[in-house]
Design a protein around this ligand. Structure first.
Ligand SMILES: Cc1ncc(COP(=O)(O)O)c(C=O)c1O
Length: 392
């Protein structure tokens, strides 16, 4: 057996030691707390839909956990991102900087606002937008006018920048925020994957004008489907609540809506699930950290690059990732592990290669292309029971 065969077989055996012999998904939710009770309470109260106290409770829990001043719950993370991008002032025809190495939702939300993504490279050690590449691109290709920053090639306004904390590993958000401030570009963090990830003592999503979270079923905690906008700006939070709740003017019985709004409210039923999940978040994060320590030791022994947060940053270990030596190794690893009921997944195909975005301007995306060929996610769920110290 060659080195790769040994790695593939060992990975399958190790995953089965952690999770047992059944099919091992990449990430599954855990409902062992108050989920059932809160759902029943919700049904008994008759408030299962767009009004109810669990939505407010969930928003308060997220405010407390992240340290952000305000939170607005939405029907999913994509809707949160769509509204945040519009509220940041992005207009149809504008350009919005993002990374090509992201999940489709980031670029879909930019498109819903009528804008076009502009793809800048990521850093190899964070998989998130590179401040060096961002600065280089803007210095060469953009000019500042009184009405904002414009792309010299397309003539379009670059009105926002949406970096993403890939798999929960914080990107260099402090540096990115400085560059965006210098260039008058609104910053929105796509923190869909990074609930529980910190840069120093600050939660990801608290460095920008607004940030968005996702509570999809595959995330660190789930509301079934759900998302949230977090911000320190009272007026933005108020606007976000208004337009995500159909722009209805508050009145005991009249139906008046004062602008085009969206029905992006999180139902109370989903928020009830989220409240119970938030009660377990610290515990999930602690277990996921222990799991990552075990995977790290396992891959370290086999000379494989196990992805880690840089500097003093703290990742939530949502999805563990490894970097293999080549696309061929990656393909073989994916095939063998999946054939043996251990789910693994390649990183996303770059957005710049998809038909909808293939005409968008890029800066060459050297690191994104390199990572696209090599990064693989491995099982990362919170296992049943405590994590034993495993023989690696
Ligand atoms: C990077 C990123 N952005 C946005 C989203 C959108 O979230 P949702 O699936 O809740 O719409 C997700 C997750 O699904 C994501 O991974």
């Amino acid at each position: 057996m060659n080195k790769l065969d040994i790695l593939n077989n060992d990975t399958i055996a190790f995953a089965k030691k952690i999770y047992g012999n059944d099919f091992i998904p990449l990430h599954r939710p855990v409902f062992e707390g108050n989920e059932r009770q809160y759902l029943v309470d919700c049904i008994d109260s008759n408030f299962v839909s767009s009004v109810g106290e669990k939505v407010v409770e969930l928003e308060e829990k997220v405010v407390k956990f992240t340290g952000s001043k305000y939170a607005v719950a939405t029907v999913n993370g994509t809707a949160a991102l769509h509204v945040a991008i519009e509220l940041a002032g992005v207009k149809p025809g504008d350009e919005v900087i993002s990374q090509a190495l992201t999940f489709i939702a980031t670029c879909n939300a930019i498109s819903y606002a009528g804008a076009k993504p502009l793809f800048i490279d990521v850093d190899v050690d964070t998989m998130g937008l590179s401040p060096t590449a961002l600065k280089r691109f803007l210095t060469k290709n953009a000019e500042k006018r009184t009405s904002g920053t414009f792309n010299k090639t397309s003539g379009k306004k670059i009105s926002a920048c949406v970096p993403m904390h890939t798999f929960g590993f914080p990107c260099r958000i402090v540096e990115i925020a400085e560059i965006c401030a210098d260039w008058d570009i609104a910053l929105i963090e796509d923190a869909a994957e990074s609930l529980g990830s910190f840069v120093g003592s600050h939660h990801t999503g608290t460095f920008a004008l607004m940030a968005t979270l996702s509570f999809n079923g595959n995330k660190v905690i789930t509301t079934g489907g759900g998302g949230m906008i977090i911000t320190d700006d009272f007026e933005l939070a108020k606007r976000a609540k208004h337009i995500t709740t159909t722009s209805k003017v508050l009145h005991p019985y009249e139906f008046v809506h004062d602008e085009i709004g969206y029905n992006y409210r999180m139902p109370n039923l989903n928020a009830a699930l989220g409240c119970a999940q938030m009660e377990r978040l610290d515990e999930f994060l602690a277990i996921k950290k222990q799991l990552a320590v075990q995977w790290d030791a396992f891959f370290d022994k086999r000379d494989v690059n196990f992805f880690k947060a840089i500097n003093e940053n703290k990742a939530n270990h949502w999805l563990n990732a490894i970097i293999l030596d080549s696309k061929e190794d990656r393909d073989e690893f994916l095939k063998v592990t999946n054939d043996n009921n251990v789910m693994s997944r390649p990183i996303w195909t770059l957005m710049s290669k998809l038909p909808m975005f293939k005409d968008c301007q890029t800066d060459g995306l050297e690191n994104s292309l390199w990572l696209e060929d090599r990064v693989v996610n491995i099982p990362s769920s919170v296992p049943d029971g405590a994590i034993k110290k495993l023989d690696i």
